[in-house]
Ligand binder design. Structure first.
Ligand code: NDP
Length: 340
């Protein structure tokens, strides 16, 4: 049996905890699905007043699960309480785009959520705090959160592109009729939006270049390139809309699963190859410093590190540049509003 006494409880804060993704996250976290079977967790569920009943109801259900790893659950509407002693923050609650809402309105509404949360993290979180933003526009929300927490190192702030990464793996697995576990080194570059660039240039399947395997299966190089450009990239980038169309509501379990995998790997390390995460750029691959952009990353010793030195052909470079330009515009819009 796992010895849970070796570790002090990890305090995990979930914002928007009364919502759907929050509900899909907390039971897996409390049962050890994020940090492993030997790490006790304490959950802090943060909500706005309208969402608090959902979080309180979920807290009752958590109690009824009697998870041995769960040492406590607090529900709060106060960020100072919600982030008190926080080791891991999953920032899920965000303002969705309403009818007729312009991008500047959306960015401003979310800055009003993520700015104060960053300040509360700065004041109250534990020294080793790690933050992943799920609520959209996730990259720019992460940028605002980091900017509002000047005493916390920038590399503790990330945004979720692991769902896009997993979606890319799923599409390749189906197209190549190969288990996901055989596919390595796919990359999501840029923004978690339709402009993202899912890249298989360096990806392999059972040790072979993915492009070569696709060419064999689809009848040549040109067919493989066409499939990547016309089917794979748009399908991964627009998968959220496809789920809404088929399911009648947005993706929830897969988003929660990706957030759990993102944190699991950050804390416990990546295994073979790399994964994708949006992290604060220090200028890697020409991405302007300070933008929160998705990169190929590995995790060791509790830190994500960008995989450097990968070649990008002109077409890949153009796709990455287009997505980064969108991130730059979002940052400029937030600055123009005086929020950064
Ligand atoms: P969900 O739990 O379904 O989604 C929450 C956020 O995750 C949304 O902003 C959504 O952005 C984003 N998201 C990111 N990736 C995905 C994905 N792949 N699929 C779906 N969503 C994704 O929303 P609910 O409305 O059920 O719950 C949100 C909760 O947050 C509410 O209970 C609300 O009260 C709360 N809230 C809390 C705040 C706080 O704590 N300060 C602030 C604002 C809200 P998008 O919709 O753009 O896809």
């Amino acid at each position: 049996m796992a010895d849970t006494r070796r570790h002090r409880p990890t305090t995990v804060t979930i914002t928007g905890a009364g919502g759907q993704i929050g509900y899909a996250l907390m039971f897996r976290i409390a049962s050890g699905g994020m940090l492993g079977p030997d790490r006790p967790v304490r959950l802090r569920l943060l909500e706005i007043p309208q969402g608090v009943a959902g979080a309180e109801g979920a807290a009752l259900e958590l109690q009824d699960c009697a998870f041995p790893l769960l040492t406590g659950v607090d529900v709060s509407t106060d960020p100072a309480e919600g982030f008190d002693g926080c080791n891991i923050a999953l920032l899920v609650g965000a303002r969705p785009r309403g009818p007729g809402m312009e991008r500047a309105d959306l960015l401003a509404a979310n800055a009003g959520i993520f700015g104060p949360q960053g300040a509360a993290i700065n004041a109250a979180a534990a020294d080793d705090v790690r933050v992943v933003v799920v609520g959209n526009p996730a990259n720019t929300n992460a940028l605002i959160t980091a900017a509002s927490a000047p005493d916390v190192p920038a590399d503790r702030f990330t945004a979720l592109t692991r769902l896009d990464h997993n979606r890319a793996l799923g599409q390749l697995s189906a197209a190549l009729d190969t288990p996901v576990g055989e596919i390595r080194d796919v990359t999501i570059w840029g923004n978690h939006s339709a402009s993202q660039f899912p890249d298989v240039t360096h990806a392999t399947v059972a040790g072979r270049p993915v492009h070569e395997a696709l060419a064999e299966r689809l009848g040549g190089e040109a067919a493989a390139t066409a499939w990547l450009d016309e089917t794979f990239i748009p399908r991964v980038a627009k998968r959220g809309a496809e789920i809404i169309q088929v399911r009648g509501s947005s993706s929830v379990a897969s988003a929660a699963n990706a957030a759990i995998e993102h944190m699991h790997d950050w804390v416990l390390g990546t295994a073979d190859g790399w994964t994708s995460a949006a992290v604060v750029s220090r200028g890697e691959y020409g991405v302007p410093e300070g933008l929160v952009s998705s990169f190929p990353v590995t995790a060791q010793d509790g830190a994500y590190r960008i995989v450097e030195g990968l070649s990008l052909d002109p077409r890949a470079r153009a796709r990455l540049d287009a997505s980064v330009a969108e991130l730059d515009e979002e940052r400029a819009a937030v600055r123009a509003l005086g929020l950064l």
